[in-house]
Ligand binder design. Structure first.
Ligand SMILES: Nc1nc2c(ncn2[C@@H]2O[C@H](COP(=O)(O)OP(=O)(O)OP(=O)(O)O)[C@@H](O)[C@H]2O)c(=O)[nH]1
Ligand SMILES: [Mg+2]
Ligand SMILES: [Zn+2]
Length: 372
C-alpha cells in the first residue's frame, strides 16, 4: 500500500493526508468516524456491509437475522468492513469490524532511519518473532489488522527472511508507507477493545525536502517512533540526517514515545555491553531492566558515535528507551542475496514490547513506568 509519494508535487497534494491536513486542527477530535490506520484519513464506515477474508479473497458476510447474540459475536470477531477511501494511492483496504466499532484511534508507529539502516529487516523480524513465539507470555494477544495486507507482508517479507534466509529488497521511495498492522488485545483486561497498531516505513532522506503540510500532518499522527541505526552508520562518522530531519519536524515530542534500536547488533556481538544484552533475550516486561539497558547503551553509543547525533531522540522525547537487536543474527554472504547462516532474529521483540508500553497499548503498572 502506498501513501506519501515523492514522484511529484501534484501527487503529494493528492494524498488523503493533505486533504485531511485541512481538518486536523481543533475540529479533528470532534469529527465523526474513526481514523483509518492505513490511509490515516478520518472515515465514516458502513457498519452494515460486512466482509470476510476467505481463500485469498473477500466475500460478503451476512449475519442471519435469527442469529443468537453468541453466534453474532463469533461472526463479528472475524468480520471486516471496507474503508471508503479508495483512491489511486490506496487500493481497496479493509479494517476489522472490531476496530471500527470500538472507535478508538489507532496507535501509529513510524520507522525512521538512514537508507540501509535495517528498517525493513527489523520490522520483518519483529512480525516474524510475534508469529513464531506469540505474545501471550507478555499478556497480549494479536491478530492481523488488514488480513489481506498482513498475508502479503508475511509472504513477501517475513517468510523469505526467516524461512528461506533471503535478503529483503530496499523499500520504495514513498515518503511514508503503510507496511503492516496488528490488532492487539490486553489479556488481563478482556473488556477493553483491542487496539489497532499500524507500522509505517518513513523514507527520512526525502522527508522534509518536499516541505508540505501533508508531511507535518503525518508526523502529528505518529504516537511512537522506532529509530533504527546500525553500528556501521555510527562508525562512519556520518550523522544520521533522517533522525535530525524528523526530530526538527515533530512538534510535540514530550507527548510521544521513541525507541532507539541499534540494529545489526550481531556485528558487535563480542563487545560489551552489546553481548550482554543480546544474550538477555526478551523477558517479561521490566521497566528497571529496560532502563539498565538504556543506560549501558547510552554510554556505548556516546563512545562510538563520531557524528554526535544518534542519541538525540533519547534526549528529546517524553518517553524513550534504547535497545540492541539483530534482525538476522548474522551477515549476508559477500555479494550475495542470501544470509550465510540460517536467519535467527535476536531480541526483535524487545523494541516492540517497549513501544507497546510507551504508547499505552500495554497498560499494566509496570508498563506505565517504561521509558520515563
Ligand atoms: N549483519 C546484519 N545485516 C543486516 C541486518 N539487518 C539488515 N541487514 C543488512 O542491511 C542491509 C539493509 O537492510 P534493510 O532492512 O533493507 O534496510 P532499510 O533501512 O530498510 O533500507 P531502505 O529500504 O533502503 O531504506 C541489507 O543488506 C541487509 O542484509 C542485521 O540484523 N544484521
Ligand atoms: Mg527498507
Ligand atoms: Zn483507509
Amino acid at each position: 500500500m502506498t501513501a506519501g509519494r515523492v514522484s511529484g508535487a501534484v501527487s503529494i497534494l493528492r494524498t488523503p493526508i493533505e486533504r485531511q491536513a485541512c481538518v486536523m486542527s481543533e475540529s479533528d477530535t470532534t469529527s465523526p468516524g474513526v481514523r483509518c490506520p492505513m490511509c490515516l484519513s478520518r472515515v465514516v464506515v458502513d457498519h452494515d456491509e460486512l466482509w470476510l477474508w476467505e481463500d485469498g479473497g473477500y466475500r460478503s458476510l451476512d449475519i442471519p437475522p435469527g442469529a443468537t447474540p453468541e453466534q453474532r459475536r463469533r461472526l463479528l470477531r472475524h468480520a471486516q468492513v471496507r474503508c471508503p477511501n479508495q483512491a489511486d494511492e490506496f487500493p481497496e483496504h479493509h479494517l476489522p469490524y472490531q476496530y471500527v466499532s470500538a472507535e478508538s484511534d489507532p496507535v501509529v508507529i513510524a520507522l525512521i532511519g538512514n537508507f540501509r539502516a535495517g528498517k525493513t529487516h527489523m520490522l520483518a523480524a519483529m512480525i516474524g518473532s510475534i508469529q513464531n513465539q506469540g505474545l501471550e507470555r507478555y499478556g497480549l494477544s494479536v491478530s492481523p489488522l488488514d488480513v489481506h495486507g498482513y498475508e502479503e507482508f508475511t509472504n513477501t517479507k517475513v517468510r523469505p527472511l526467516l524461512d528461506r534466509d533471503q535478503m529483503l529488497d530496499r523499500t520504495g521511495q514513498d515518503v511514508w508507507e503503510f507496511e503492516v498492522g496488528l490488532m492487539i488485545s490486553d489479556l488481563d483486561s478482556p473488556s477493553t477493545p483491542p487496539r489497532a497498531v499500524a507500522f509505517f516505513d518513513v523514507a527520512g532522506e526525502v522527508l522534509g525536502t518536499t516541505g508540505t503540510a501533508a508531511e507535518q500532518a503525518f508526523l502529528d499522527t505518529v504516537d511512537g517512533f522506532l529509530f533504527v541505526f546500525s553500528p556501521e552508520d555510527m562508525e562512519d562518522g556520518r550523522p544520521d540526517n533522517t533522525f535530525a530531519t524528523v526530530l526538527d519536524m515533530v512538534e510535540d515530542k514530550q507527548d510521544k514515545a521513541a525507541v532507539l534500536v541499534m540494529g545489526k547488533a550481531d556485528l558487535y556481538r563480542f563487545e560489551y555491553p552489546v553481548d550482554r544484552w543480546l544474550r538477555d533475550g526478551v523477558p517479561a516486561l521490566d521497566a528497571g531492566r529496560i532502563e539498565e539497558e538504556t543506560r549501558d547503551l547510552y554510554a556505548f553509543i556516546s563512545e562510538h558515535d563520531k557524528g554526535g547525533n544518534y542519541l538525540r531522540p533519547w534526549f528529546e522525547f517524553g518517553r524513550a528507551a534504547i535497545h540492541v537487536a539483530s534482525a538476522t543474527g548474522g551477515s549476508p554472504q559477500p555479494g550475495g542475496r542470501r544470509y550465510a547462516r540460517p536467519v535467527r532474529p535476536q531480541r526483535a521483540l524487545q523494541p516492540f514490547l517497549t513501544l507497546m508500553a510507551a504508547t499505552g497499548v500495554l497498560r499494566t503498572a509496570e508498563a506505565r513506568k517504561v521509558g520515563r
